[in-house]
Write a protein of this length. Structure first.
Length: 435
């Protein structure tokens, strides 16, 4: 019933053939947008598509291949060595002499080593080839600077759930998909699949295909239930709505468990989010915020660990990055706590909003011109490094705020040392007439 002689996976069968069938990336491919204009006018230059898996990088290259009048060469990072690269380049160079353009598409260009990338460079420079690279990794780190400077980078974004739902509905009705079969599947089930896919069209279509193949055959068609979808995704997607109240309840539970120094509860809520399809980068951003809001200078290393966890999530994604987030969440939970940085900013913010017109004291103003110096800008400025204590009694707050205290360190962890140091500083300034 399901094969129909098609053979290929659903995602391959439904690959868009032109820009009208392409879903998502409106910022690049909407009417009048730059990439759409370049493709439609067959005026492609060397470029790199950077984005997460399943957002259309290879599909865009295929659309360009069908649209362009140039010779289109698909090159593999796995099988292509220096010898193969040079042969393709020489063929392209010969074609250029006869007025032929060659577009070279390199999928997963980040897998090419420096020597392989360097082999492209002279041919890109003289226009023998137009290079189109696709990568899931930040090209600033993975592509040679000289090559990158000659390519326009287009950033492709993860598809929205609305984009994914559009693809799934097309798969149900399109003859290339399941259009020849009567598939009964509810909007709720399609939403479960779209949420599970986390912005990846390939993942969504593969999940739909698995659900249909495991559905109940009945009256010449097939019925897909929520139980079938849950079995295919191995998670209860409906228990966690990433845009609804439960989303905010669970991220709040994670934050408050870490604040309450309860690593077991924190790891549980972390798992609840990740196993329900939450974006690990969203969780990592929240942990970074927590590192300064709730730990702060009580343990300055907390921020380093949180940022490192974010980078790990970006580099390797799910499911491998779960352990990195667990490390960060447990560290935050057992770290000494201080909210003094958060309180300092909130207190300073109130004064900043109500005293916007208070002038900067003349003594610490910049004085790059003669006129400014004549007006007293920078007069009496004291360079702290010139003193043995590395301290001065210079006034740095506006007159109306003299004596105001925003940062009040706690005695927790490393902040206890900072508190003692700050008390010494204030004592010295008081003794030397500081304000």
């Amino acid at each position: 019933m399901f094969d129909g002689g098609k053979g290929e996976p659903l995602a391959a069968r439904l690959r868009p053939r032109d820009l009208d069938e392409f879903v998502g990336q409106k910022h690049l491919l909407g009417e009048g947008k730059i990439l759409r204009r370049l493709i439609e006018s067959d005026n492609i230059g060397s470029m790199i598509f950077w984005g997460p898996p399943g957002v259309g990088k290879t599909t865009l290259a295929g659309i360009i291949a069908h649209k362009t009048k140039a010779q289109f060469v698909n090159f593999s990072a796995v099988t292509g060595g220096i010898k193969e690269i040079k042969q393709v380049m020489e063929d392209a160079d010969k074609g250029r002499r006869f007025g032929e353009k060659t577009i070279l598409f390199v999928d997963e260009i980040h897998r090419f080593n420096k020597a392989q990338q360097d082999a492209f460079l002279p041919y890109v420079e003289k226009g023998s080839i137009i290079l189109i690279g696709a990568t899931t990794e930040n090209p600033s780190f993975e592509v040679n600077g000289a090559l990158l400077s000659r390519c326009k980078v287009f950033v492709l974004q993860a598809l929205t759930e609305e984009d994914i739902l559009q693809l799934l509905r097309r798969a149900i009705t399109d003859p290339r998909g399941f259009g020849d079969i009567k598939v009964n599947i509810s909007d709720e089930c399609l939403s479960m699949i779209a949420s599970f896919a986390n912005g990846d069209a390939r993942s969504a279509l593969s999940t739909l295909e698995m659900a249909v193949l495991n559905g109940e055959e009945k009256d010449g068609g097939v019925t897909v239930t929520e139980e079938t979808v849950e079995g295919c995704t191995s998670r209860k997607s409906l228990l966690y709505d990433k845009t609804g109240e439960e989303h905010y309840n669970i991220i709040s539970a994670l934050h408050k468990s870490m604040r309450n120094s309860d690593p077991d509860a924190a790891v549980y809520w972390l798992a609840r989010m990740l196993e329900a399809g939450e974006d690990p980068l969203y969780v990592a951003r929240r942990v970074i915020r927590f590192a300064s809001e709730d730990v702060g200078l009580a343990d300055p290393k907390a921020l380093e660990i949180a940022v490192a966890a974010y980078q790990a999530c970006h580099f390797i994604g799910m499911p491998e990055c779960t352990v990195h987030l667990t490390q960060a969440v447990v560290y935050m939970s057992v770290a000494p706590k201080s909210n003094s940085l958060y309180m300092a900013y909130e207190s300073a913010k109130k004064d900043a909003l109500t005293m916007l017109a208070d002038p900067v004291p003349l003594v610490i103003r910049n004085a790059p011109t003669k006129l400014m110096k004549e007006q007293g800008y920078g007069k009496g400025y004291q360079y702290a490094h010139d003193s043995a204590e590395k301290l001065t009694n210079m006034q740095c707050l506006p007159d109306n705020l003299i004596g105001r205290t925003y940062y009040r360190p706690t005695a927790q962890g490393a902040e206890g040392k900072i508190k003692a140091r700050l008390e010494d500083i204030k004592k010295w300034k008081s003794e030397h007439g500081g304000k």
